[in-house]
Design a protein around this ligand. Structure first.
Ligand SMILES: Nc1nc2c(c(=O)[nH]1)N[C@H]1C(S)=C(S)[C@@H](COP(=O)(O)OP(=O)(O)OC[C@H]3O[C@@H](n4cnc5c(=O)[nH]c(N)nc54)[C@H](O)[C@@H]3O)O[C@H]1N2
Ligand SMILES: Nc1nc2c(c(=O)[nH]1)N[C@H]1C(S)=C(S)[C@@H](COP(=O)(O)OP(=O)(O)OC[C@H]3O[C@@H](n4cnc5c(=O)[nH]c(N)nc54)[C@H](O)[C@@H]3O)O[C@H]1N2
Ligand SMILES: [Mo]
Length: 695
């Protein structure tokens, strides 16, 4: 049973759908009102081992978002100019008939001219890519390379460890040293932070490595404020000291790693003095960190994706991922590196996505990170875009180009959404989608070890439909008759995971009754305590032959930022400040920005700037400033603060453009250049100048 009856009030087991490592178990209280189910409360499930009864501030407001007066509840057709956001209500049949006719006409020329654009607005496997992939595979539409978030770090882990795995979230309670490396856990990984607090009470030392004194950095014992994009150099500095001092688990290295001698040769060049210069920190900080990393055991590094959004992001993650093998920290369940647990979950891709519908075709691939460029230059051109679970006009880099692409009069755009986002404003049709309370799903988390089930708590509002149902109906209009297009959401959920490895025990009925199901892994899971790296060699690959075969550096290296003050001096003369735009605590990427209570807490778009940098530009507290480079500009209020280290400015993100005074956000200035591994965007590799516009 997913719901328990108690008078007129029931409790439904649900799962948070958002793109966050915590993937919480939710209990939704539902009341019957005149024959309709109305959700009246959402809470964290106290029995779930990582949620432990707590939801973040954002998802605590899930009802405010679900019942928001501006929800799109009917299909809409554009009547204004693209981007203007003027629509009229149409029926589902009118909308879907017209969309099918347009897609058929384009597909008759070349189906690759149709491009899906989606990301993790929901992380559910059912409302994510199940029916959608089937639809696009049958059509023969372009593939989308979903690189916008985690591709650089993900590929780096796979090259080094063979998979994406690490210590369990709960195990951080037993760590003695926790390094928050490029992650503001209080904002983006609250439940792991709670386990770290438990460790702290038991005497653990907490260190943050971050250019910004984030909420997390200020609560750690130590904060190392390096320059953005220099983490690879710091990791090599640590290796240098570990090797110089002989602080090495020689037995582990001998048995379970590949390429130590060559790695050591490279690390030899990264003296603490040199690293200090590259990173903008002191040599003593490098020495001390290495000392702690060897002497305080077990040591766990929590790195999230913050450090990989730069030119050398892949190599930086690779370098950091080498550290626990050198110092032997993988031997303990509370040691190692955690970037993602997603490699422990085996999706049944064949059954979810039905690649056989491609019938031998291999469509071209469009990289979501370069959509602005591709809307202008792809060959064959992009004639139609179907956007779901994403808000590219706000979140994709080099936004001027993205918005220009979306404004093309000859582009046919359909957006499945809850709200009229910056992207929906450019749509020819906006189709109303259900939220997590209104549909069924199963979520594959990336921060813990539990499959998460979501039961529908309420009926769809207005005429909203689940993404699956929208693609089902569209498939019918297109004349697609394969039985997989008729499968129900429950049937899809039941086949989401492959019966192998840690998901061998997956059972949808068990999961949905309880709300979750633990992976089939030992309670004290230490994935690499005895090697078992699923790399080609079976070892932790400092040296990767696979990378060498792709023409890439087989060893990690320090790859400097494209736009660093040291690495590109000519550019830095014109644009001397490094801009980073990491997640704001009260938003989830661009989701929740239109929820008033959360936006009120966040205030207005703000630039944090160091007092020295402010003074040098005649900027004072409360001024409005313009941030600019050759790609564009945007305006915000200023906060003069030492939270931003000198040389770095911080604009917490991702604001809806249309809710900012100037209709712009940080992605006006971010670049379309890609990372060294994973073809991912380089949001935090971005030089700018700042000037005062008014006080
Ligand atoms: N509240 C909230 N939670 C979120 C999100 C959100 O928008 N809001 N987004 C979700 C998503 S999609 C993701 S991918 C994750 C992101 O999760 P994280 O990547 O962990 O993001 P943050 O927690 O902001 O931490 C990034 C930190 O990296 C720092 N940073 C920036 N550049 C560098 C660098 O070059 N080196 C180092 N060492 N640090 C750097 C930033 O100052 C910031 O404090 O969070 C998820 N959770
Ligand atoms: N400057 C800058 N830019 C960034 C980042 C940064 O740190 N700085 N972070 C990057 C990262 S890590 C990421 S992951 C991306 C995130 O980019 P996106 O994946 O686009 O995430 P959101 O901005 O949250 O937009 C998700 C949209 O999906 C919609 N949605 C949610 N659930 C459903 C559903 O069930 N059906 C349908 N049809 N729609 C749904 C929501 O209403 C929302 O508008 O942004 C990237 N952009
Ligand atoms: Mo992300």
């Amino acid at each position: 049973m997913s719901s328990t009856e108690s008078g007129a009030v029931t409790l439904t087991r649900a799962a948070c759908p958002h793109d966050c490592p915590d993937t919480c178990a939710m209990l939704v209280t539902v009341k019957r009102e005149g024959g309709r189910r109305v959700a009246i409360k959402v809470a964290g499930d106290p029995d779930h081992p990582t949620t432990l009864g707590a939801l973040c501030t954002k998802v605590s407001r899930y009802l405010e978002r679900t019942y928001h007066p501006e929800r799109v509840l009917h299909p809409l057709k554009r009547i204004g100019r693209k981007g203007e956001g003027r629509f009229v209500r149409v029926t589902w049949d009118e909308a879907l008939d017209d969309i099918a006719a347009r897609l058929k006409a384009i597909a008759a020329i070349d189906p690759q001219r149709i491009v899906p654009y989606s990301y993790a607005g929901t992380m559910g496997l059912v409302q994510g890519e199940s029916m959608a992939h089937r639809f696009f595979h049958k059509l023969g539409a372009s593939f989308l390379d979903r690189t916008i978030c985690s591709a650089a770090g993900g590929e780096a882990l796979i090259a080094t460890l063979g998979t994406r795995a690490g210590p369990a979230m709960e195990a951080f309670a037993d760590s003695k040293l926790i390094v928050f490396w490029g992650t503001n856990a209080i904002a983006s990984n609250l439940h792991l932070w709670s386990f770290a607090q438990e460790a702290k009470r038991k005497g653990a030392k907490l260190i943050a490595i971050d250019p910004y004194r984030s909420l997390t950095a200020e609560k750690c014992h130590q904060h190392i404020a390096l320059l953005p994009g220099t983490d690879g150099a710091l990791a090599f500095g640590l290796m240098h000291v570990l090797i110089r001092e002989g602080w090495l688990d020689r037995d582990y290295i001998e048995q379970y790693t590949l390429g130590f001698d060559r790695l050591a040769e490279r690390a030899h060049e990264f003296t603490p003095q040199r690293v200090a210069r590259l990173c903008g920190i002191t040599a003593q900080e490098v020495e001390q960190l290495a000392h702690d990393y060897w002497h305080i055991r077990p040591a766990a590094i929590r790195l999230n994706y913050g450090m990989q959004r730069v030119a050398g992001g892949g190599n930086a993650v690779r370098a950091v991922a080498c550290l626990p093998a050198l110092a032997g920290h993988w031997r303990d369940p509370a040691g190692g590196v955690l970037l993602s647990t997603s490699g422990e979950f085996h999706i049944d891709a064949e059954r979810l996505y039905r690649p056989e519908l491609l019938a031998g075709r291999t469509p071209r691939t469009i990289n979501m990170a370069t959509i602005g460029h591709d809307l202008a230059h792809a060959d064959p051109p992009v004639d139609a875009l179907i956007v779901y679970n994403s808000n590219p006009v706000a979140v994709a880099p080099n936004s001027t180009a993205v918005a220009a692409g979306f404004a093309r009069e000859d582009l046919f755009t359909v957006v499945l959404e809850h709200f009229l986002t910056d992207t929906a404003d450019y749509a020819d049709y906006v189709l109303p989608a259900t939220t997590q309370l209104e549909h069924v799903d199963v979520v594959k988390p990336y921060g813990h070890l539990y499959v998460m089930a979501n039961n529908a708590a309420i009926d769809p509002l207005g005429e909203a439909l689940p993404n699956t149902e929208i693609f089902r109906r569209l498939a019918a209009k297109m004349g697609f008759t394969e039985p997989c297009f008729a499968e129900s959401d429950e049937e899809i959920a039941a086949q989401a995971f492959a019966k192998r490895g840690a998901t061998a025990n997956y059972d949808w009925n068990v999961a949905k009754a309880r709300g979750w199901q633990r992976l089939d892994l030992p309670q004290r899971h230490a994935p690499f305590a005895h090697g078992n790296f699923p790399t080609p060699s079976g070892k932790c690959e400092f040296y990767s032959r696979k990378l060498a075969e792709q023409g890439l550096d087989p060893l990690p290296n320090y790859v400097p930022p494209y736009e660093g003050p040291r690495s590109n001096r000519a550019l830095a003369q014109r644009y001397p400040l490094a801009l980073i735009s990491p997640p704001a605590r009260n938003f989830l990427n661009s989701t929740f920005v239109n929820v008033k209570s959360l936006r009120d807490t966040e205030g207005e778009p703000r630039l944090e700037i160091h007092p020295q940098d402010a003074a040098a530009r005649g900027i004072g507290a409360g001024d409005r400033v313009r941030v600019f480079n050759d790609r564009g500009s945007f305006e915000l209020a200023v906060r003069v603060t030492e939270r931003a280290r000198a040389g770095v400015v911080v604009a917490l993100s991702i604001w809806w453009k249309k809710l900012a005074r100037d209709g712009k956000n940080a992605n006006e200035v971010t670049s379309g250049r890609l990372t060294d591994l994973g073809r991912a965007p380089t949001f935090y590799d971005c030089l700018v100048e700042v000037e005062r516009v008014s006080s």
